[in-house]
Design a protein around this ligand. Structure first.
Ligand SMILES: Cc1cc2nc3c(=O)[nH]c(=O)nc-3n(C[C@H](O)[C@H](O)[C@H](O)COP(=O)(O)O)c2cc1C
Length: 147
């Protein structure tokens, strides 16, 4: 049985996109090792992540992530056992967006890609449905920086 957990949080002010990229590289190696898959979305200084794996590994990892000083206001949105993974192919799919995306067209492209992924993933559990609901509502916000 697979366990899924999704949470949201706010990046600490002094955390750069480089730092977040480093988190991702380390996470992918570690997640592969402990058979965790999922997706991390970063937009307007906010994170939304879904973690999937055995219940023990997911909760252990979440407990670590929750204490990570690089973000705050970490709040679980939903968690539940489920029959299958939403992101079976992904050590951690990653959708970062920040002022490195220089143009509005790039932002629109990013939104379209995420929407496509949402539509194709046909989520089956409450956790994965709420993950996508949260992602879509976050993406509906205008960017908090000039394009
Ligand atoms: C937003 C966010 C997402 C994270 N996602 C993961 C993840 O998917 N896998 C992971 O191993 N660490 C992740 N981390 C990093 C962990 O909090 C922690 O630093 C890492 O697991 C290393 O912990 P350790 O040094 O105690 O082994 C994330 C951190 C943040 C801030």
């Amino acid at each position: 049985m697979i366990y899924e957990l999704t949470y949201e949080s706010v990046a600490e002010d002094d955390v750069s996109i480089d730092e977040i990229n480093k988190i991702l590289t380390a996470s992918r190696a570690n997640n592969k090792h402990i058979d965790i898959t999922g997706c991390l979305v970063y937009y307007n200084r906010r994170f939304i992540q879904i973690l999937e794996g055995t219940k023990e590994k997911v909760l252990d990892l979440y407990n670590k992530i929750e204490k990570d000083s690089r973000h705050r206001e970490v709040r679980i949105i939903a968690e539940n056992p489920t029959g299958e993974r939403t992101f079976p192919e992904w050590g951690m799919a990653y959708f970062p967006i920040d002022d490195n995306f220089v143009s509005r067209s790039e932002l629109e492209q990013f939104r379209r890609n995420l929407k496509l992924l949402a539509d194709f993933s046909s989520p089956k559990s409450v956790t994965s449905i709420l993950f996508w609901v949260k992602v879509k509502s976050l993406m509906a916000e205008p960017p908090g920086y000039p394009l």
